[in-house]
Ligand binder design. Sequence first.
Ligand SMILES: C[S@@+](CC[C@H](N)C(=O)[O-])C[C@H]1O[C@@H](n2cnc3c(N)ncnc32)[C@H](O)[C@@H]1O
Length: 278
Amino acid sequence: MKAQEFLNYAHDRFPGMTSRFFARDDLQDSYEDLCKLTMNIDWLRRDLVVLDLACGDGELTKKLQKNFEFETRFILVDQSEAELNLAKRRLGPARHNIDFKVGSAFSLPIQSNSVNLVVCHMALMLMRPVDRALAEISRVLVENGVFVAVIGGAWQESRIQEIFLRENRRVQNQYRVIEPEEFIDRRMRSTQAILELFSCVPLLNEVQVQDLTYERNFTPIQMTEFMMSVYDTYCLSDAGILDLQKSLFEEYRECCNSDGLIHFKINQKMIFSKKLTC
Ligand SMILES: C[S@@+](CC[C@H](N)C(=O)[O-])C[C@H]1O[C@@H](n2cnc3c(N)ncnc32)[C@H](O)[C@@H]1O
């Protein structure tokens, strides 16, 4: 199955999956940290155009909107219609200054030199080859425009990870029914590789990469759901999903602390860069 077809298949089945697992109202999360970083950029408070690239259900724009002037125009782009429809519903009455566009990061339906800020949460690593998406981001940004992205980081080595890797391997061998083409750009896994990648993109400069870590306490059910939110799960038959769910839950019940919760660290990375033409 083609990469785009597979990603759309997964997001059509479960739109809003990312914010469900990564957004927290009660704790610091990566949406909030991305928003904070944009607030440190002084010039970003005037009449602006902001692009939320691969917006999913619009969670990031929902949070960003609180910080920007009313005249700020938001453009939300995603290749999944199901995600965009959910974003439209969730952003509700604030919609008059938002354009929703179905489109691909590889050929953005947006004029060159027209966007002041591009934000992208948990999606850049899915755009393979990422150089093509970065070239598009550079094209649509104005001079001095800023690009901020959050991407997934390596999992912490732990018993939780070990169990998942073992059980996932077992069910994938037995129940895998979809074989997507590779869609993750593995160069996004290390800071060094990210810096090298950006050094080849015309005009995106001042690149900074920061590691983010969020401490979470999950019940065994939440832990199971979180681990199963990976795209591999969508390659399984329904019987495979049930098998994985059952076996992870049973093993994670044995991993709880005395309070009945499992301590887990979520690792992500934040990337900042600026378009400079000279
Ligand atoms: C993991 S979700 C993140 C959604 C949202 N940014 C969030 O963090 O809540 C990845 C999103 O990227 C979108 N996506 C993946 N590849 C894309 C591409 N090449 N062009 C546009 N959207 C893409 C998917 O449809 C999906 O909505």
